[in-house]
Design a protein around this ligand. Structure first.
Ligand code: ADP
Ligand code: MG
Length: 295
């Protein structure tokens, strides 16, 4: 395509809510055949809400909220935000301070609260870190939550998990239509997430995606992109989080949600300004039109 055509395409992009890093990006936009989508914040709103709290015998709901809320308050993850604000609301009190906060990407958070070593995260992570099987009540709560497409976060202190907090997310109203249109353009959608398999499958079913890769640690998302590329696919990756940056950079085309983190936006080739997946479809159509007709 001529430089002028590319510039015109880039300008049109801005009009439809797509920021394009450079004119040459339109070429990879035109040729992608696979679109890997992060779940939380990309296909879903990522505005999670705390919907349920389960405790083991002898532990009060308020204790679970206090400890979980305190460590999660220091987290930037949407799950952490949901738990911290849900705890403040339900307790109607401020949260205690946390010392020595640490975050383990894709697994959970930890810190010292009122002199107790507290951790909150994937139930299996707490179980393995502390080599303590989950109490049957917590295992059952986790199963029930995940079967409904929700995420269960276990919280524990002094060496054992003592509660489960259930958070729920909602699919963006435009996601299903965007997936239908991507497929109509001949692209293959793949849902990729660090979340549990069942929650991932529930979201995938809601938007019409068949292929799901779940429980993938942030560092391994990029390996999934590379594997698809090794299979000969030209891969677009859509994400919003800090944990998506490496995959966005490795993909043939990185698409960031404009509503996402700066790190994701910087690592991407295209930014969907409104965080609406349908504009990804518009961008692909635009590049095909711009480069298809003038070449
Ligand atoms: P996604 O790929 O959907 O954006 P992440 O890789 O960020 O998800 O997180 C994967 C999983 O790790 C979450 O579903 C949750 O179980 C756990 N997790 C991550 N951060 C936290 C946190 N701050 N508190 C509790 N659990 C967390
Ligand atoms: Mg995300």
């Amino acid at each position: 395509a001529t430089p002028t055509a590319l510039l015109v395409g880039t300008g049109r992009g801005a009009q439809i809510g797509v920021l394009i890093k450079g004119p040459e990006v339109l070429e990879s936009t035109r040729v992608v055949d696979t679109i890997v989508l992060d779940k939380t914040g990309t296909v879903t709103t990522g505005q999670m809400k705390l919907v349920d709290v389960i405790t083991v015998d002898g532990v009060e709901v308020a204790e679970v909220l206090r400890f979980a809320g305190a460590v999660e308050d220091a987290s930037e993850h949407p799950i952490g935000q949901a738990i911290a604000s849900g705890a403040v609301e339900r307790l109607d009190a401020q949260l205690p301070a946390v010392e020595g906060f640490t975050s383990t990407q894709g697994l959970g958070v930890a810190g010292l609260v009122d002199g107790h070593a507290v951790a909150a995260g994937r139930p299996a992570w707490l179980r393995d870190e502390w080599s303590q099987p989950l109490d049957p009540s917590l295992a059952a709560a986790t199963d029930a939550a995940e079967a409904e497409g929700r995420t269960a976060v276990a919280v524990g202190w002094d060496g054992a998990a003592r509660g489960v907090l259930v958070v729920s997310d909602t699919v963006k109203p435009t996601s299903a239509q965007a997936i239908t249109e991507l497929m109509a353009l001949g692209l293959r959608p793949v849902l990729l997430t660090g979340d549990n398999e069942r929650a991932a499958r529930a979201v995938a079913a809601e938007v019409g995606i068949d292929e799901v890769i779940a429980e993938v640690l942030p560092a391994d998302k990029v390996a999934v992109v590379r594997r698809l590329q090794d299979e000969g696919r030209t891969v677009g990756f859509v994400g919003d989080g800090v944990n998506d940056a490496a995959a966005l950079a490795a993909a043939d085309l990185g698409l960031a949600m404009g509503t996402g983190t700066d790190v994701a936006i910087e690592a991407s080739d295209l930014t969907l300004v409104r965080g609406d997946l349908r504009t990804a479809v518009d961008a692909i159509r635009l590049s095909r039109r711009t480069l298809g007709t003038i070449k």
